[in-house]
Write a protein that binds this ligand. Structure first.
Ligand code: A3P
Length: 278
């Protein structure tokens, strides 16, 4: 494990951790080195999305749905995020545990492949992801990043910063799903969750094999609304705007076109359709 300084296009640096050929945020070094030895249970549920894709939201929705009654508290996903919390923090918790990570499957414990717990990936359109990632990185003091947006976009899209590129992350999941169609993997799109959360919760219930009434699901949607979570949860830096299309306030036309070109080059074989507005 090495602490590294990653340059943006303006020469400002972001402090990151390089471990196992992967770039991590400077979270918890013990958790990061222990990532590949986490003991996974068959009945764990894993939330595995690229950063800023709505992981906290999906984690909370999953927690409420599995519990079967709504609970208002300040518990946040980070306590169950395998690169943030050392294993002893969640090792003895009762099943089903809802563990999370922003890292790709190849950087996580091989026990996942042996035990095949239920995995949920959340995808969000990459422009909103980057528009969310930039302010988040500048707010985390331990990342020591004070660069400008215009110097952030390209290196971020090209995978120089934490967890590599969104494109590689999404393609790696698409490859896993195609290679192992029998694995229990559910894909949820952030934009679909915004548009019709109850419908997405029905999908989630069916995947998790739990029966919940629509009335209960409405309650879950309410307790997990952006404004509620921003109020209740302690990690306010995560809960910024919670919208689809905020990228338009950040990307210049040139930046947007540059990214579209990159997307065309790298994602042309990928049938996924991302929505940039609702
Ligand atoms: P913005 O920065 O665009 O607001 P992650 O949890 O993967 O880090 O993703 C964080 C993004 O999800 C942030 O996006 C955050 O506001 C948004 N988010 C978190 N909770 C949400 C909720 N309840 N509803 C909608 N968006 C939410």
């Amino acid at each position: 494990m090495t602490e590294i300084k990653v340059d943006d296009d303006g020469g400002d640096t972001m402090t990151c951790i390089l471990h196992n050929d992967h770039i991590f945020p400077v979270f918890n070094t013990r958790a990061i080195t222990g990532l590949t030895s986490v003991k996974i249970r068959e009945d764990d549920v894993l939330i595995l999305g690229y950063p800023k894709s709505g992981n906290h939201w999906l984690w909370e929705l999953t927690r409420q749905v599995l519990r079967g009654r709504v609970v208002e508290d300040d518990v946040v996903m980070n306590e169950m995020m395998m690169e943030c919390a050392p294993e002893e923090k969640y090792a003895d918790l009762p099943s089903p545990r809802i563990l999370a990570s922003n890292a790709p499957l190849s950087k996580l414990s091989p026990a996942i492949i042996q035990k095949k717990p239920k995995m949920i990936t959340i995808y969000r359109n990459p422009k909103d992801v980057m528009a969310s990632y930039y302010p988040f990185m500048t707010k985390l003091p331990f990342m020591k990043y004070t660069g400008k947006w215009e110097n952030f976009v390209k290196p971020c899209a090209l995978g120089k910063f934490c967890h590599g590129s969104w494109i590689d992350h999404v393609l790696s999941w698409e490859k896993v799903k195609k290679t192992y169609p029998e694995w229990p993997i559910l894909t949820v799109f952030y934009e679909d969750l915004k548009e019709d959360p109850v419908e997405q919760l029905r999908r989630l219930c069916s995947f998790l094999d739990v029966k919940r009434s629509d009335e209960f699901l409405e309650e879950v949607v309410n307790i997990c609304s952006f404004s509620k979570m921003k109020d209740i949860k302690s990690h306010s830096a995560v809960f910024r705007k919670g919208e689809v299309g905020d990228w338009k306030n950040c990307f210049t036309v040139a930046q947007s076109e540059w990214f579209d070109q990159l997307y065309q080059e790298k994602m042309s074989d990928c049938p996924l359709q991302f929505r940039y507005t609702l």
